[in-house]
Design a protein around this ligand. Structure first.
Ligand code: CP
Length: 315
């Protein structure tokens, strides 16, 4: 398995062995991610972050990962307005151009397939920081890294995926990354809790069942929360709806509250890629020892350090 020079465009392309290796390297990166030790592993290397869609966590954690490993960052977070894309330059040419400056690119775009288009022009590795509703592989990796830190394995666990299962690129990436773990008789079990109309896409359900995973679907979170080992919450993805009216009927449909959590296992962990809006996750839950969503953000630095080091051939 050789990561050097490779793009990471989707969770689909990562084998079980590749995922295990990334998690292993992320663990080695912890002292640098946790600010305990300094490193110049990526000294002289340049990361370009090209963001066509807003971000707080993904962009900053990619940039932090590069800077804490001794590298440098060039960044544009308003690509649509302030890059030559505005003058109708293609994504392919943008990839070709930016790769003359940078050694690695991290990119986010609202349209599925756009990161691939840029990667086709790029002469350096491109890491997908989220495109459309389908892919957010680095987020999925940091989520499962957080799960692995708690349980040490993925098989045999019950994952409660709550929220917008149709449009959540995070939920899609998480499922794809863990579907092949565990022995055949104890593959991950997914309980998908989504309002009607926002269910997990059929092709993804088939992928999961073909891998031996069990899937249950429901709209009733209270009824099923007691069975979860992992509660993976996601907001309703407002930006993926055609118009405000279409979104409004789903606003605030699920809310994780201290009262709701009284029915959950003591050992369950709560993940959420955030941002937090519309009471999807009450601030009062932050004090619950099961809440791991801020630790999850921190884990993103170690995982992105691992990816940068691997694709740059430094590990
Ligand atoms: N989790 C995540 O993708 O957050 P941002 O949109 O802030 O990057």
């Amino acid at each position: 398995m050789n990561f050097q020079g490779q793009h990471l465009l989707s969770a689909r392309t990562l084998s079980k062995e590749a995922i295990e290796r990334i998690l292993e390297v992320a663990k080695e990166m912890e002292p640098y991610a946790q600010k305990e030790e300094a490193s110049d592993l990526l000294k002289g290397k340049v990361l370009a972050t090209l963001f066509f869609e807003p971000s707080t966590r993904t962009r900053f954690s990619f940039e932090t990962a590069m800077l804490r490993l001794g590298g440098s960052v060039i960044s544009n977070y308003t690509m649509n307005e302030s890059s030559s894309i505005k003058k109708r330059e293609s994504l392919y040419d943008t990839g070709k151009t930016v790769s003359q400056f940078a050694d690695v690119i991290a990119m986010r775009h609202p349209v599925e397939g756009a990161v691939k288009e840029l990667a086709e022009g790029s002469e350096v590795p491109v890491l997908n920081g989220g495109d459309g509703g389908a892919n957010h592989p680095t987020q999925g990796l940091l989520d499962i890294y957080t799960i692995h830190k708690k349980f040490g394995h993925f098989g045999g666990l019950t994952y409660g995926l709550v929220g917008d299962m149709k449009n959540s690129r995070v939920a899609h990436s998480q499922c794809r990354l863990i579907k092949n773990f565990g022995p055949a008789e104890a593959r991950p079990k997914f309980i998908c809790v989504a309002p009607q109309g926002l269910e997990l896409p059929e092709d993804l359900k088939k992928e999961l069942t073909d891998s031996g995973c069990e899937i249950r679907e429901t709209t009733d979170l209270e009824e099923v929360i007691g069975g979860f080992d992992v509660l993976s919450n996601t907001r309703i993805q407002e930006e993926r709806f055609e118009n405000a009216e279409a979104f409004e009927k789903y606003r605030g449909v699920y809310s994780i509250t201290p009262k709701l959590l009284e029915g959950a296992k003591e050992e369950m962990i709560i993940l959420d890629p955030l941002p937090r809006v519309d009471d999807q996750l009450k601030v009062a839950v932050d004090d619950d020892p099961r809440a791991k969503y801020f630790e999850q953000i921190g884990n993103g630095v170690a995982v992105r350090m691992a990816l940068l080091a691997l694709v740059l051939g430094k590990i």
